[in-house]
Design a protein around this ligand. Sequence first.
Ligand code: NAD
Length: 452
Amino acid sequence: MKDKVRIQPLASASGEEVHEPISRKGFLSLTGRYAAIGAVSGLVLKSSQEVLGQNAKKAVSPPVRVPAKSEDPIVLEKWKSENDQQSGPTPTPLPPGSRVGYAVVGLGHLSLEEILPALEMCKKSKLTALVSGSPEKMKKVAAQYGVKSESCYSYETYDQLKNNPEVDVIYIVLPNGLHREYVVRGAKAGKHILCEKPMANTAAECKDMIAACNQANVKLMVAYRIQYQPHNRKLREILQKKEFGTTKVVEASNCQSTANPDHWRHKIKLAGGGVLPDIGLYCLNTTRFVLGEEPTEVFAYQYSTPGDPLFKEVEEFVSWQMRFPSGVIASCVSNYDVHESRRYRVLSEKGWLNLDKAYAYKGQELTRAKADGKMELHETIGIAEKNQFATEIDHFSDCVINDKKPFTPGEEGLQDHIIMEAIYQSAREGRPVKITSEATNASLHGPEPEME
Ligand code: NAD
């Protein structure tokens, strides 16, 4: 039978037989490294014909590369044609004993539904402690995830985390109005901090949090999961390469429906605002991320249905425009009382890019359109999904292990709060408001995350 997969044997530096590596930057360097690794580990590589010929109908290991370094992936025998979507490199998890330990603070929807399951999928991170105001709930969660009872804390005993050597990072998943206090106390306990978005209630609080982490010499990252999400990152890459020429317009909307006026999201002291800091923030933060520039001016409208108990303290609806130095204008909409819709579209000279479910936990659909003579081409870009929470948590662990600045540090969260305060001011005063921050997009980020 004719074999469709053609893998050309190559000669390595040491003369041993190796196979074409699967694409990925670090992955490609394996060929060179193999001479040394092979010599140290006594690695023997045989061609697949040799192995399969000798062992027809026997359980065997076909040719494989096993690098000694834990961060280098095992390279399995290749079999897929280049005509099909390629799989990524095999995962390179750290052994559980070497992973960064996380204390998760607040066991509400996000923690129980997304973060704790994601920590189980992480490669560099693990759950080691819990903090909750409900002993009953925490006992159950600790049993589910194998957290020791002595590593379960209340909000009163929270500061004792400093004595727990298994905790490297504190992950704050509390209502927004509590972020400042728990970040400052966590920094004083000498732990690195991952803080949910929005970073706080105000820009002033963000400044306190950054100062506290700097003073304690601990790292601070804001959990902007979209900046680690493959479809959003791909769209940004296409814009960076100017594949469709100059970008002119961004249209973004993030909307959902809420129902419980007693929930903290509808209390100004705990939420800091309404729809804008909760979900409108995704339109704001992601637009800045994909464009790679900072707005200089905003103009906004705000509305709440009169008499609706949901919107007694916080706003229902914010619509705003942001003007960028390149000339791009972004139009953003966020509403708390319409059916879920999370999408954005970027209009450029030679085509548009559309990302449906852009800000959702999964299900992103990236399409683009351009003209080709008499044809209008619409293309769907399929990218393997990854758990966004696991990816962002592992990025922070990578920063802790390798002493790097996070890609989305506290300064990135502060910038969003400065812009949100200008949006509220504009809506209040009915006029455009200039952005006072002079930070550049690059200065607000750490080095690019290593994405597999
Ligand atoms: P939630 O209401 O489901 O959970 C909040 C937790 O905080 C609960 O365990 C609650 O017991 C605890 N808590 C402590 N003090 C409280 C108080 N005074 N009032 C109310 N709850 C109190 O909320 P959530 O949806 O899990 O949101 C938590 C944080 O995560 C918020 O900052 C939110 O913006 C953020 N969030 C981020 C994402 C994301 O995709 N990154 C998604 C949802 C929420």
